[in-house]
Design a protein around this ligand. Structure first.
Ligand code: GLC
Length: 419
């Protein structure tokens, strides 16, 4: 018989012989995100006899990227699973394991192809899709009805309706009501908002798919000038420092007629404790003029396993569990997170929890991608230059045309000999 100490030693080294791993996962914490992530991870831990450590990260995508870059550059094993934004594969890919040997082909085929392909770099599958996002218009259905206004189809119409309702609500004794709130802080969220204004005016995508820098064009300048005209009029000046949660805070407390946000806000604005519960509708974002189109920036998140993980097998297993069809369905029902499996959009249960589900496939198909694939490792610098130029115009420091001309020169320098 082996002495007890040797037996214990063997148990520590051999997975499966009473060995349990602790897997740490970094999840976002916007709205219900952290709670829902923890519930899912803990369910996996109970099923497999492992343990999980859930690490929350900053709300701002931009701050989160900076934190991840620090941890990964130091090859830190502290986080095994990273929740990564749709725009990061080109920036972070060398730090993640190739998951393709561990995922069944039919599982990938059941999901939106663009989302799966977005996670492949040089043939390596470096993350599994978790949920997709697209920018949406939230509106106060009760106020539109009270003032006899339809859901706006163009940005100009949105501006008019916002102004009319804001004036009349204020006159009726609600002085803090604003027309339209969105994400105007100088960070990635502003890139998403501004891309929507510009793309909906047929002003392109900053950098085209073939790498040409297209941002310096009259439609983009028109779109940006229109947005700048909202600030201080139908949009509080404070929006220049708002992220998703701050915009939601204003809208949910009943102080805005319209809000641009992602789908996660839907269950929250309709929560038991929400002053606007049952009074809200959602619709595609408005078109830029008669020739323009409805659009929404494509967002979303995936789960990747760190190359520096000491428990890669367990981490991969947890990623597979969390991104499974069943777990995505649970997350859609309670959190409004849009699944990456196509057939879940036909689920009646999900449709009744979220009235836009039926339309979401079309909205996702029309969604505009940020130029992260073509600009690869330089995407964050491109986006930073873009949101800085936009912020300068929104805050009245430089007009939109000269802001975009300067931005073009900045992007040309970043581009150098090609992306
Ligand atoms: C959402 C989107 C993400 C985007 C971010 C910007 O989380 O899913 O893709 O980068 O918002 O704030």
């Amino acid at each position: 018989m082996l002495p007890l100490r040797r037996l214990l030693f063997a148990a520590v080294l051999l997975p499966g012989v009473g060995w349990s791993a602790t897997v740490s996962i970094s999840c976002g914490a916007v709205g219900l995100e952290l709670t829902i992530c923890r519930e899912g991870a803990e369910a996996w831990a109970r099923e497999t006899g492992n343990r999980v450590a859930v690490v929350s990260t900053p709300n701002s995508t931009t701050d989160r990227l900076a934190l991840y870059q620090q941890l990964l550059a130091a090859q830190s094993p502290d986080i095994d699973i990273f929740q990564i934004d749709v725009i990061w594969p080109g920036i972070l890919h060398r730090h993640f394991l190739d998951l393709s040997p561990y995922v069944e082909v039919h599982r990938l085929q059941a999901q939106f192809e663009v989302v799966v392909e977005n996670n492949r770099v040089d043939g390596r599958l470096l993350a599994l899709p978790w949920f997709v996002d697209a920018g949406l218009l939230y509106y106060r259905a009760d106020l539109l009805q009270r003032y006899g206004r339809p859901v706006p189809q163009s940005w100009t119409e949105l501006g008019e309706t916002a102004r009319i309702i804001q004036v009349r609500e204020r006159a009726a004794g609600r002085p803090r009501v604003w027309g339209f709130v969105w994400q105007g802080r100088a960070y990635e969220g502003l890139t998403c908002n501004a891309l929507e204004w510009i793309h909906s005016h047929n002003g392109g995508t900053i950098v085209a798919d073939d790498g040409r820098i297209t941002i310096n064009n009259p439609r983009a300048a028109e779109a940006l000038a229109l947005a700048a005209s909202w600030v201080g009029e139908i949009t509080p000046i404070g929006v220049l420092n708002y992220d998703e949660e701050q915009a939601r805070g204003v809208f949910q407390s009943g102080q805005a007629v319209f809000m641009r946000n992602w789908p996660y806000a839907w269950p929250l604005v309709n929560g038991e404790d929400s002053p606007v519960q049952g009074k809200v509708g959602i619709a595609p974002l408005p078109r830029g003029g008669a020739e323009g189109r409805h659009t929404g920036t494509l967002g979303g998140w995936s789960l990747a396993v760190s190359r520096y993980s000491r428990v890669p097998a367990e981490a991969t297993d947890l990623v597979k569990y969390l991104t499974s069809r069943q777990e995505q369905k649970r997350r859609a029902l309670i959190g409004g997170y849009n699944p990456t499996y196509r057939d879940l959009y036909e689920s009646e249960a999900i449709e009744s929890a979220n009235p836009l589900t039926g339309e979401l496939v079309a909205i996702l198909e029309q969604a505009v991608a940020r130029p992260s694939r073509i600009t690869g490792v330089r995407y964050n610098q491109v986006s930073n230059a873009f949101w800085t130029a936009v912020h300068t115009t929104l805050s009245g420091k430089r007009d939109s045309a000269s802001s975009l001309a300067r931005l073009e020169r900045r992007l040309q320098r970043l581009n150098g000999d090609g992306w």
